[in-house]
Design a protein around this ligand. Structure first.
Ligand code: NZQ
Ligand code: ZN
Length: 392
């Protein structure tokens, strides 16, 4: 087991009606003015936003609002948010939505507390030294941003989607009412489940050893998400299935399933981020589309790990030839994706990649041929190009 630091400062308030506590939770933060940040129409339509405003008013909390966050959130709205917060004297941000809204809130928080252009952090030019405090009301179980240290923003100029991680942006609290996710379209529910699985799979596929505890948590989490994603396909208002998936979503990306690993692989995420930036696909669906090709390209370099995945997550009998077992595990994962109507190729995402587009994706993903991605197998520009070709 490798050395690690496990840090999860976020207070989780989970369960039915938990969103009604928002005013009280913000009051504990002793702030002067709140930005309520949200996405398109879903939070307004469901009545959630009205309940939030009511709870703030009941607690005499001043607020301003900024909606319009889109999936794969845009840098331009982040700039707009920073301007608004400066003008209004905002000192706390409440994100009402999913990963995109929370990530946009985190970026605004960085912009409020650091001089210069906030994009510098995402472009890896310098490090942030602070972030405004953030609270969240989660409306989709997926990205795990409610407990993670990350935020992912898309710069429209060049369609660059880039992540930035630091503990400063970790949410002060996360309100998680599984009932809020009943209104999700089935595609978003499934895409969220794919992303949750991938946050643990990225960590699970690593090269560290002796991680019985962490492996056990990770395998239980993956089995739980798979079972409950299947339930949600036929019964989208199963409270228990929504609750299992929502809690798994946070635990999958708060660091727990990575304790003692070497950090994990993360190549699939890097490959997807370029697809998301250029073609605006749903993040989890993009991961499902790429994962099988990544797995087939790399599995022989750590066949034991892929065989363990097959046996522990899908109950596949171990063959004397571990490669056979490993491949059965990859096939089982893809069969599951198909069952929940997730794509297993980029074509099924609605994108038919040209050779030129593959070159551009590979160049962007390798930061202009200056870095490799992944730890199961280190992937350079040529490897990345081949995986996009396999996945097209
Ligand atoms: O904008 P609205 O109308 O709210 O619609 C959203 C959006 O269209 C809708 N939605 C959300 N809650 C709903 C709902 N519709 C009906 N009922 C509800 N209760 O769902 C759509 C997707 O929302 P989004 O916030 O984009 O989803 P998700 O949570 O999957 O976030 C994706 C973003 O997070 C990034 C992704 O790259 C992507 O940009 N990630 C962030 C991470 C992090 N910060 O730690 C890690 C992840 O790996 C990921 O990269
Ligand atoms: Zn993800």
């Amino acid at each position: 087991m490798e050395n690690f630091t496990f840090y999860t400062p976020t207070k989780v308030v989970f369960g039915k009606d938990s969103d009604r506590q928002v005013g009280n939770l913000i009051k504990e933060q002793n702030c002067k003015k709140v930005l309520v940040h949200y996405g398109g129409e879903s939070a307004r339509k469901s009545g959630l936003l009205d309940r939030v405003f009511q709870s703030l008013q009941e607690n005499d909390i001043e607020y301003v609002q900024l909606g319009g966050v889109v999936p794969n959130p845009h840098l331009s709205l982040v700039y707009e948010g920073i301007e608004l917060c400066k003008k209004e004297g905002v000192d706390f941000i409440l994100a009402v939505g999913g990963g995109s809204v929370i990530d946009s809130a985190k970026a605004i928080g960085y912009g409020m507390t650091n001089d210069g252009d906030v994009w510098d952090f995402y472009a890896k030019k310098r490090q942030a030294t602070a972030c405004l405090p953030i609270g969240t009301i989660l409306t989709i179980a997926a990205a795990g941003s409610e407990m993670s240290d990350s935020s992912v923003i898309t710069k429209e100029e060049g369609w660059l989607k880039r992540g930035y991680s630091s503990n400063y942006c970790r949410a002060k609290f996360a309100i998680m009412n599984p009932e809020l996710t009943y209104t999700l379209p089935p595609y978003q529910t499934a895409s969220g489940c794919a992303d949750i699985l991938m946050h643990t799979m990225e960590r699970y596929f690593n090269r560290a050893e002796n991680m019985d505890m962490t492996d056990g948590i990770a395998e239980a989490l993956m089995r739980t998400v798979i079972e409950n994603a299947k339930t949600l396909k036929v019964n989208p208002t199963s409270y228990n299935a929504r609750a299992e998936v929502m809690w798994a979503g946070s635990l999958s990306h708060n660091g727990l399933t990575g304790c003692g690993t070497d950090g994990g692989d993360w190549a699939s995420h890097q490959l997807e981020h370029e697809l998301g930036g250029m073609f605006d696909v749903a993040h989890g669906a993009g991961l499902a589309a790429i994962w099988g090709s990544w797995a087939r390209y790399v599995y022989e370099t750590h066949v034991e790990r892929f065989a363990q995945f097959a046996v522990q997550v899908f109950g596949i009998e171990c063959d004397t030839d571990l490669k056979v077992t490993a491949l059965k595990g990859i096939e089982a994962m893809e069969e599951f994706y198909r069952y929940i109507d997730m794509p297993t190729s980029v074509h099924e995402l609605g994108v038919d990649l040209t050779d030129e587009q593959i070159d551009e994706l590979a160049l962007k993903c390798s930061f202009g041929n200056t870095r490799t991605i992944g730890v199961i197998k280190k992937l350079g520009l040529e490897d990345i190009r081949k995986i996009y070709q396999m996945a097209r």
